[in-house]
Ligand binder design. Structure first.
Ligand SMILES: Cc1cc2nc3c(=O)[nH]c(=O)nc-3n(C[C@H](O)[C@H](O)[C@H](O)COP(=O)(O)OP(=O)(O)OC[C@H]3O[C@@H](n4cnc5c(N)ncnc54)[C@H](O)[C@@H]3O)c2cc1C
Length: 432
């Protein structure tokens, strides 16, 4: 058995890097990051477009530049890293005993590491064709958008010449622009829902600026091709999301990119026994990003899918600081009064799901997504008796854009029963 670590961080993407740096800053000295890839930076390494760091650094950085800032910060600490190391299992310690992390690498073989705290920062993977069952033949030329992005930006392969994109998530939108800039013809982006799944800025900068049509309420109903994709049929769908016969459009193309959602990578979390939230597909967390297993924290895309990395970094710093407090014995009170956050009308999930009311500081960060597009609307925050605690106004809300509010700690402490967050659309005046 090796030395006892204070903190092991699983995943060296932006979440893991920020958590480790913050835990060091707060005084931990035996910290280890385990990363299965051959370099730190996570998904940012393949995101060579700009648009990262506008909030955090007030600069427009590329993904590798943003990751580079944190890798430089890490170099000024004594945090250890093991690359090319895949974590296979976490065995939570009973009653304050150290947690075990089982990992494997070609260099070190099978390793069983012990640690007082763990930060889970494993990110997401993409939904594939199998997960959404597209009809048609099974030729080559069908990629997830992220896989195509890796081939193009990191391995130097052009994945196709005439491209159709299914799904309007941010990765698909970014790839529509990227493929166009590399000389491909992107024929259309096709989205099942009546609204886009991506950020408005990406719709404008990646589709509209390049005259790429976006077909909302449409889906792929057939793929033809023997060796390679040759033809794709797209149909309009009704409110029940079923294809409407007679609306078919046929595209001659050689490539289909899928941008149909991300799934938080939580096999380790589930196997460790943490309580999960079926709406986020991530662990249920408290306000300090601690999971239901004491001493195991989670942050970044493994908890819920983020659209901006700046929020990933801020959330992960909270997780790193909380892990340090846990190791230093300043841990959150297990018997603190629990306040549940409930999803009201229009809200599909919140993170955190539970707040330990006696533990919160001045403000509590709450992230959530809405389940429909609205114009001007109010975000209503009510206690268990329906009394309004506070409210926030927005000019526009959309499922593709993560929302963030700050709840005053005093308000949470005084709340009677669970707190419900709901959307109340303005019938009249504009939001401020
Ligand atoms: C295509 C794309 C475009 C984006 N564009 C923008 C943008 O323009 N602006 C913006 O702000 N944000 C953007 N984002 C969002 C942002 O990049 C992500 O939110 C952020 O990278 C998530 O960070 P993370 O550390 O949680 O996950 P990741 O970056 O995915 O890192 C997770 C890491 O964990 C490692 N790992 C997983 N499992 C294991 C294991 N068992 N053992 C060891 N290591 C493991 C992985 O190898 C990976 O390195 C984009 C994301 C994508 C995918």
């Amino acid at each position: 058995m090796e030395k006892l670590y204070e903190l092991i961080v699983i995943g060296g993407g932006p979440a893991g890097l920020a958590a480790a740096c913050q835990a060091w800053e707060k005084g931990l000295r035996r910290i280890l990051i385990l990363e299965r890839d051959s370099e730190l930076g996570g998904i940012l390494n393949q995101c060579i477009h700009s648009g990262f760091g506008l909030q955090r650094f007030r600069e427009e950085l590329t993904g590798p530049e943003y990751a580079g800032r944190f890798i430089e910060m890490l170099a000024d600490t004594g945090v250890e890293t093991r690359l090319d190391t895949m974590v296979l299992q976490i065995v939570p310690g009973e009653q304050g005993a150290p947690h075990q992390v089982h990992a494997v690498s070609a260099k070190e073989g099978y390793q069983v590491l012990e640690t007082q705290a763990v930060v889970l920062a494993m990110g997401c993977r993409e939904r594939t064709r199998g997960a959404i069952s597209i009809p048609g033949e099974r030729p080559s030329g069908i990629f997830t958008a992220g896989a195509a992005q890796r081939y193009l930006n990191m391995e130097g392969y052009m994945v196709g010449r005439r491209v159709l994109i299914l799904g309007s998530g941010d990765i698909g939108l970014i790839m529509a622009r990227r493929m166009t800039l590399e000389g491909a013809k992107v024929l259309a982006c096709v989205e099942l829902m009546p609204y886009s799944g991506g950020l408005m800025r990406n719709i404008v900068q990646c589709l509209q600026d390049f005259d790429i049509p976006l077909y909302l309420s449409h889906t792929i109903t057939d793929i033809k091709g023997h060796d390679r994709v040759e033809q794709v049929t797209v149909s309009k769908v009704g409110p029940d999301r079923r294809p409407i016969p007679g609306t078919e459009m046929v595209f001659d193309c050689d490539t289909v990119l899928l941008s149909v959602g991300l799934i938080p990578e939580n096999e380790l979390t589930r196997a460790a026994g943490a309580d999960m939230d079926r709406r986020t597909n991530g662990a249920r967390v408290y306000e300090n990003m601690e999971t239901s297993i004491p001493g195991i924290f989670a942050c970044g895309n493994v908890v819920h899918v983020h659209d901006l990395v700046d929020y990933v970094s801020a959330e992960s710093e909270r997780a790193g600081a909380a892990a340090a407090a846990y190791v230093q014995g300043k841990r959150a009170e297990v018997n603190a009064r629990m306040v549940e956050l409930k999803n009201g009308d229009g809200v599909s999930y919140t993170v955190p799901q539970t707040i330990r009311a006696d533990e919160v500081g001045k403000m509590v960060d709450v992230f959530f997504r809405v389940n429909r597009v609205t114009g001007a609307a109010a975000i209503a925050v009510r206690d268990g008796e329906g009394n309004s605690l506070t409210g926030f106004r927005r000019a526009h809300l959309a499922p593709g854009e993560m929302e963030h509010i700050l709840l005053p700690g005093d308000l949470v402490r005084q709340a009677a029963g669970p707190i419900t967050i709901a959307i109340e659309e303005d019938k009249g005046g504009a939001a401020q």
